[in-house]
Write a protein that binds this ligand. Sequence first.
Ligand code: NOJ
Length: 526
Amino acid sequence: MSEAPVSAAPQWWRDAVIYQVYPRSFADADGDGMGDLEGIRSRIPYLARLGVDAIWLSPFFASPQNDAGYDVSDYRAIEPRFGDLDDFDRMLETAHAHGIRLIADLVPNHTSSEHEWFKAALAAGPGSPERARYWFRDVDAAAPDTPPNNWQSIFGGPAWTKTEDGKQWYLHLFDATQPDLNWENPEVHEEFQSVLRFWLDRGVDGFRIDVAHGMVKAEGLPDTGGDGTIEMIGTTLAPFFDQDGVHDIYRTWRPIIEEYEGDRIFVAEAWTDSAERRALYLRPDELHQAFNFDLVLAPFKAAEFRKAIDAEIANNAGVGAPCTWVLSNHDVQRHVTRYGGGEIGLARAKAATQLLLSLPGVVYVYQGEELGLNEVLDLPAEVREDPTFFRTNGEQIGRDGCRVPLPWTREGDSLGFGAGGSWLPQPADWAERSVEAEDGVEGSTLEFYRAAINLRKGLRGSVTGLTWLGDPGDDAFAFDNGALVCVVNFSDEPVPVAGYGTEVLLASTPLENGTLPAGSTVWFAK
Ligand code: NOJ
């Protein structure tokens, strides 16, 4: 276990920059074409230089990888493709030695079908205590092909699959290899409390909770309205999402994490239909943060951003929790591409990131956005791995395009990702977006991120809130956060900004004669 010389600042997590590492795609040390923990360890100095406070690591537990690790077969073991527990300890120690905290990714809504519990449930048969850990229901002899309700898997197709003997159905909100756990069963509670302690004892600084709004299902498993189709990244109400009972689980988890020193945290991935409902997860006896995906869903428009920012600030203030700001992650199209791609997409993406870094609260950065990476839209079907692609027969291309391994060097096998190729092919023009190509280069996206994150760090403690100032144009806004003045131009025309300050701290695109170019952000000293 490591001593953590990480920041002693109280409640570091209230204004942190947290970097998401997607283990399969970050760096590959053993040359098998897939990233690993040793690869991550070797790049910790890069993350320290970027200036991030913590990394959130997508799941690294033993898993058949049918959903890229969100299908866990053993919550206390490392996936062999990523390394072993010794590699984990070394990685954590290196992160802590560089002042970087580590947040693990807990997947409590479902296990893998390869988990011992599910294998035991299949072996034990209907009515057994083993089956009571999951949601099994009898097949109705009069209607053998009609599932117990109309729920659809979030990855497409029905949310129920029959056991091989055809006698029962089991529920899976995601892939058929991800059976949902039954959180009405006390054994499930005990097991996850023990898993929390296992990783807390090993020194992790917190957990991101996968599908944190999904564990409790409405009494009687009633049909959804409509045809049962639910988007993962959406806000539709459903009898399996955001049920009030889910909060009782977090009230049992909070005292556990508080037993450990070091200001450790829980972060919820909770899709709710409003910022008000999201804030409920953040009451003082529940979780510390919840991802706010409103800016992932918002078009690049001043009015939409402003509405989402105001809602998050108002609702989180009510429960005393920090706001969180997210533009990209491993489930959504990268924001460079969402904003139009090419030069304009990149300019807007940088503008949006700079805006986020001046808002009060916590900013999440997804690996590769600091290089200006775009979504890879043209991956051939034969290399795709996302179950969404297969379960919708290719109708939805899925999420592989944001999971393409990072380019570290201009040349070489897999652009420096590893010595054994890369599990998804990288576009050739990523050579010029590699760390090597951008490192130390004035005007590069990487240097822009470094400057913005480090400037923000220097202003820590002076950001007191957000006061809107008069707008500089129709599709532009300005605010004062107590430490600086931020002006964002969402429009396609330059806007005059001379009235907002004289000393430019940072601009995502250089100002021209007192105007801020289209799709740009500037910070002025106060
Ligand atoms: C949300 C995760 O972010 C996503 O990648 C995963 O497929 C689902 N939860 C299911 O675990």
